[in-house]
Design a protein around this ligand. Structure first.
Ligand code: ADP
Ligand code: MG
Length: 351
């Protein structure tokens, strides 16, 4: 019922910045959709245009089958949580949560009952009389969430709602928010610049770059099969190795080493073609002994990742990274062999 559909959505700000460039996107009813991209790529503009806080320069916004492109924010039946929560400092928690209901002219007793109910759900029951200034960042964030939930909108829009929380609280909030959205089943667009957050929370996600969507898919699809080198470089806790190479018969030559053609590119490469060979450090096998078809180099950096190590090999001047399990980490200066998994390596032509 409350799918969100964007058709050729374009936003040009006065002064000429094209923040959204003819975006097409359909978010089905009930989906948790994450919008990921670097600062300045247009995420906030996209949310604000869906909410009606910005006017689209071109294209259409359709919510629940209704074209709302020209409709004022109040008439769109969606709720938005901003990065800074935007709580009213002079109102207590009850009034902050109930505020949208007051705007909708819901009776006071019903408002307060609803605020108490939602507040209890979010563990705010003992804090209902406090003002925002008397709450921690995490508690304020829950009040902002409660206010959104109390409105029972058709869709929730979140603009980096966890970015003001410290690391620990952020992880808790992420699990909690995901569970809550699942229970409520309300279509949600969640904006973040944190790829781990998007991967962890989303049913599906889009990766944006300068006003364009570069890929849409499930977190697994986007992680396993980034559509281009931009997405490949942006997703993953350690960036993918993106290595310049040349096709030589049934091998790919990278930094003077000969690698097997990845399974996904079999039969698709031209002899002599210049390509980018992509492999995640997690899918780059590491050996201290010579292995056929590997990248041979000297260990230049060893970083502790906790349960594993990120090892950088200098392969004829080209840095190549591999993740090595604890207990098998090499020493600096050792000779090492990195063997990309053929079923996980990827070939790009947009490098
Ligand atoms: P993000 O949320 O991904 O960081 P924004 O949507 O805030 O990106 O911004 C996208 C682009 O639009 C940026 O280049 C930004 O400078 C520009 N921009 C954002 N808001 C305005 C505005 N009110 N007027 C002019 N340019 C803006
Ligand atoms: Mg933003």
């Amino acid at each position: 019922m409350s799918a969100i559909e964007l058709r050729g959505l374009t936003k040009v700000y006065p002064g000429g910045v094209k923040a959204l460039d003819s975006l097409d996107l359909t978010i089905p009813d009930g989906e948790f959709f994450a919008l990921l991209g670097p600062s300045g790529c247009g995420k906030t503009t996209l949310l604000r245009t869906i909410a009606g806080l910005e006017t689209a320069t071109g294209g259409a916004v359709v919510i629940g089958g209704r074209d709302v492109t020209g409709v004022q924010p109040g008439g769109r039946d969606i709720a938005m949580v901003f990065q800074d929560y935007a709580l009213f400092p002079h109102m207590d928690v009850t009034d902050n949560i109930a505020y949208p209901l007051r705007i909708k002219k819901v009776a006071r007793s019903t408002r307060e009952q609803k605020a108490a109910e939602v507040g209890a759900r979010l563990g705010l029951d003992k804090l209902m009389d406090r003002r925002p200034g008397q709450l921690s960042g995490g508690q304020q964030q829950r009040v902002a969430l409660a206010r959104v939930m109390a409105t029972q909108a058709q869709a929730f829009l979140f603009d980096e709602p966890l970015s003001n929380l410290d690391a620990r609280l952020r992880l808790e909030a992420r699990t909690f928010l995901k569970k809550l959205q699942h229970e409520l089943g309300v279509t949600t667009v969640f904006v973040t610049h944190d790829q781990a957050e998007a991967l962890a929370m989303a049913d599906r996600m889009a990766v944006m770059e300068s006003g364009h969507i570069r890929q849409i898919g499930t977190p697994a699809e986007v992680f396993q099969r980034p559509a281009n080198t931009f997405v490949a470089g942006f997703i993953g806790s350690t960036p993918m190795n993106l290595l310049d190479g040349v096709v030589r018969g049934d091998t790919v030559e990278v930094a003077d080493c000969k690698l097997a053609v990845p399974q996904s590119a079999e039969g698709l490469l031209r002899d002599g073609e210049k390509i980018v060979y992509g492999v995640r450090p997690e899918y780059n096998g590491y050996s201290a002994e010579p292995v056929d078809g590997s990248l041979v180099g000297k260990v230049s950096i060893v970083e502790n990742l906790g349960a594993s190590y990120l090892v950088t090999l200098d392969v004829n001047g080209v840095p190549v990274q591999a993740v090595v399990p604890e207990g098998h980490e090499p020493a600096l200066g050792d000779e090492g062999y990195a063997l990309p998994r053929r079923d996980r390596a990827l070939i790009y032509r947009d490098g």
